[in-house]
Ligand binder design. Structure first.
Ligand code: SIN
Ligand code: CO
Length: 370
């Protein structure tokens, strides 16, 4: 991807200019970002996906001001008739199951994989939507079938309507009101209020992003780091402990020992980077891999595989491997392009090739024709 080349996807901006001017800053409406766009899946096939227990889905219905939300798996017979107005079915992680959705998500890899989450697809009957709300992440909303009216704007008051099964803003004063046709795109930064209402039946794809919270990330990192700590036998000693008349008091030397123990673990070189790479490549819940028997001399990552790297290691599906020299260069190429051609595969060391064979057996990587 040429980061400085203007692209229709971003309304004639280059990815570099988009990131500078809009990302996390201000919305962008792009007419015909994806000319000729069509739904990556038919409505019945989307409904079938929503019935699977390895797919995350939700049904949102509204009638006479009453909202109803149901979480998947959702059997077809439990969905309202398609001719009934005011409901929508939202299916997460289409990119994991559908090559066309995976390919669409790849168009947005000018944002780091560590931030890219998934491609969601929603189908809505006339008037369907999830109500005025805000999200904590950036989103690209792509109209792939039919038309949808979007109203959006900044919010002064983030308070929500009480007692509803979903988060609906109490006060929503849109600054813009537009209708998107197939191929049109709307980018919204985090915390911009929006309300998308289907104009006739429609489908909308949304590219969502991962937003770690400080507390959540700290908890996950600490768990990972804790798992890797071995008890090296250093014992607490207190030869200077005087006789005490306050036996309930915590000895200050023990507090110092505890602090030093934690610092030792947290400051171990590479411990944080390793844990972060493992956490960020951990597959989502309910993801499993099928070891494939595909033939071919090239290699491609499975759509469900998450692979990242830093300057010392590669991370794949929750595991970290040290990598240096040519192996590291080729592994990084695999992470960036999600494939390796025959020549690159042949240039790997025996050790790296053996590792790749394990990844093929696990279904993380597949042989492919170049
Ligand atoms: C939708 O596709 O209906 C909802 C997307 C969103 O508002 O974030
Ligand atoms: Co939203």
């Amino acid at each position: 991807m040429d980061l400085d080349a203007p692209t229709a996807l971003l309304g004639g901006l280059s990815p570099a200019a988009f990131m500078r001017r809009h990302w996390q800053k201000k919305p962008l409406v792009v007419r015909q970002a994806l000319p000729g766009a069509t739904a990556p899946i038919t409505r019945p096939a989307l409904f079938d996906l929503a019935a699977r227990d390895d797919v995350e889905s939700r049904l949102v219905a509204q009638s006479a001001g009453r909202w109803q939300v149901r979480y998947g798996p959702l059997a077809r017979r439990s969905l309202p008739p398609v001719g009934k107005p005011g409901w929508t079915l939202l299916v997460q992680g289409l990119d994991l199951h559908l090559p066309a959705a995976h390919d669409l998500l790849q168009r947005f890899r000018f944002v780091p994989d560590a931030r890219l989450d998934d491609l969601m697809l929603s189908w809505a009957s006339d008037g369907g939507g999830v109500g005025p709300h805000l999200d904590s992440y950036d989103v690209f909303l792509i109209q792939v079938h039919g038309r949808r009216r979007w109203r959006f704007g900044r919010v002064a008051d983030e308070s929500l309507v009480d007692g509803l099964p979903l988060k609906i803003l109490r006060r929503f004063e849109p600054e813009q009101d537009i209708v998107l046709d197939p191929g049109d795109l709307l980018y919204l930064p985090p915390r911009w209020a929006h309300d998308g209402i289907a104009v006739g039946e429609c489908m909308t794809a949304s590219v969502g992003f991962r937003v770690p919270t400080q507390g959540g990330l700290a908890r996950e990192l600490l768990q990972r780091i804790a798992d890797g700590v071995d008890d090296d036998g250093a014992l607490y000693r207190d030869p200077k402990q005087p006789a005490t008349a306050t036996p309930g008091a915590l000895p200050p030397a023990l507090v110092d020992f505890a602090r030093a123990s934690l610092e030792r673990v947290l400051c171990e070189p590479g411990a944080l980077e390793r844990a972060l790479g493992e956490v960020l490549t951990e597959p989502k819940p309910r993801v499993w891999f099928d070891g494939g028997a595909a033939a071919g001399a090239g290699l491609r990552l499975d759509a469900k595989t998450r692979m990242l790297y830093d300057d010392r290691r590669v991370f794949i599906n929750g595991e970290a491997f040290d990598a240096a020299g040519r192996d590291a260069r080729l592994m990084r190429r695999l992470a960036d392009t999600r494939r390796l051609d025959v020549r690159d595969g042949a240039a790997l060391s025996d050790g790296a090739r053996a590792l790749l064979d394990e990844w093929i057996d696990a279904g993380w990587l597949h042989r492919s024709t170049p």
